[in-house]
Design a protein around this ligand. Structure first.
Ligand SMILES: [Zn+2]
Length: 469
């Protein structure tokens, strides 16, 4: 945004008309009166290059962002912060919305890179074998260990598809770990690996977890959704109706491989698609199904590393993108993806898109950044809360310092984010205004302790699986 436009915005009430809170001018007056801000969730970052991912705020060079009581209060130049607020120097750094992971099975995180390379040792049999020996303590540890990796990697919001939901306590384990980690999340109550098709979905358990978390301050950053059974499940439509009655978002793995072709059409035939649905994978999606997603405002999450590693094929990114489907991204599962690096997911998708288009300029960096931020927020039904740096939204943001060997020269911030950035360049992470990583170190979780606990738990699970053979 050029200076002329910035001044214009500063002096106008344009932003109220657009549905969000006013920038600078009006807001300044309101907030100068506020003296009782919470120092834990209020700070100013100054002199940064701000990539807002909000079309009206745009990108601002040498600008500041004021966070007050967990929310984004002002973005712009010449912000006068309240006295006593923490001021962070963002000189030379990039500030952007936190990354949003829309598909991740957190419980599998103890099994990093454990998908084998021979029949019987692959991802599905391996996770099925281990899943039986998880305790609720393992579930909680895995979620906490994954949340730590997420925050460290610049992810401020994620969707945990819990498909080792043997008991309500196995889902509460995720909720507890995520709430204590301070990350924003959708927790999806799923089934479990060896669940018989004849067994009904655990709506009793779902209601139990809902009752525990809704309205409880501790879980204020969490939403419970349904991790749906596959399209072959006979009571699928009834399940979805129940979930919708409970106001829960829904995610489903569908049309992942050629043999599953038509699964999205099946959902459309039953009139199940909609804005509250997140389709996972869709590598074998047909052109007419792509249109159905677009028409029904259904989101699709691509997890290119797990999809490619397991042989589902390439994500059909260009066909989906050109049709205007709301596309989001995810890590899926670290037994296949190895790590939770959404920077590399963005880079891979951009490169796949240009490779397929045989065109250097086909996919713009801003488009893949959207997939990992604002589109993801929409996919999880959280677009009004997070996903962009917009005054009035909650302060879920990250700062990338340009002082590492891989991330220093160059002045095209969006290209740097997609092509050069790695989790190690994430200097600061805030969720709901609370700083969870500062100066490159986690503030809320003890990494060393988590690593040693994860190692111990993994060894115990490994022994249990070995003894069962
Ligand atoms: Zn999955």
């Amino acid at each position: 945004m050029n200076k002329g436009r910035r001044n214009f915005l500063k002096n106008s009430g344009l932003f109220t008309a657009a549905g969000f809170l006013p920038l600078e001018f009006t807001f300044l007056n309101n907030f100068l009166d506020v003296t009782d801000f919470d120092p834990e969730t209020s700070f100013l970052i100054k002199n940064a290059h701000i990539i807002s991912m909000d079309e009206q705020v745009g990108d601002l060079e040498d600008a500041s962002i004021l966070v007050m009581n967990g929310g984004i209060s002002q973005i712009g130049s010449n912000i006068v912060p309240p006295e006593g607020i923490m001021v962070i120097d963002g000189s030379g750094a990039i500030v952007m919305p936190g990354l949003i992971d829309c598909h991740w099975h957190l419980w599998t995180s103890l099994l990093r890179s454990m998908a084998g390379y021979s029949e019987g040792q692959g991802y599905f049999p391996m996770t099925a074998a281990y899943s039986k020996y998880y305790t609720k303590e393992d579930m909680e540890l895995a979620a906490r260990y994954a949340a730590a990796e997420a925050i460290n990697s610049g992810i401020t919001c994620l969707s945990d598809f819990n498909h080792n939901a043997r008991k309500p306590s196995f889902v509460m384990a995720s909720c507890n770990a995520l709430a204590e980690a301070g990350i924003r999340a959708q927790v999806l109550y799923g089934g479990y690996r060896d669940q018989p098709g004849s067994e009904a979905t655990h709506f009793g358990g779902i209601r139990e977890v809902l009752q525990e978390i809704r309205g409880n301050e501790k879980y204020k950053l969490l939403e419970l959704g349904l991790g749906s059974r596959g399209t072959g499940y006979e009571n699928l439509a009834e399940d979805w109706e129940k979930a919708r009655d409970l106001n829960m978002g829904i995610a489903i793995h569908a049309s992942s491989v050629e043999a599953q072709k038509g699964q999205i059409q099946h959902l459309a035939d039953k009139r199940l698609l909609g804005k509250d649905v997140n389709i996972i994978h869709g590598n074998a999606i047909t052109s007419s199904e792509i249109q159905l997603l677009k028409e029904t405002d259904t989101s699709l999450t691509m997890t290119p590393y797990s999809e490619m590693r397991i042989g589902y094929g390439f994500p059909p990114v260009n066909r989906l993108y050109s049709a205007g489907v709301n596309l989001a991204v995810g890590v899926d599962t670290t037994p296949l993806s190895g790590n939770a690096d959404l920077f590399s997911v963005m880079k891979l998708l951009l490169n796949l898109a240009n490779a397929e288009a045989k065109e250097e300029f086909y996919m713009k960096p801003s488009e893949v950044i959207k997939m990992a931020t604002i589109n993801g927020a929409h996919a999880l039904g959280m677009g009004h809360i997070t996903g962009s740096l917009t005054p009035g939204k909650r302060a879920d943001l990250i700062m990338l310092r340009k002082d590492d060997l891989n991330f220093s020269t160059g002045n095209q911030p969006k290209s740097l984010i997609v092509e050069a950035a790695q989790p190690m360049n994430v200097d600061l992470v805030a969720v709901n205004g609370k700083i969870l990583k500062k100066d490159g170190r986690l503030t809320n979780l003890d990494s060393e302790k988590l690593i040693s606990e994860a190692k111990v738990a993994f060894q115990r699970l490994k022994r249990a699986v070995a003894n069962s053979k």
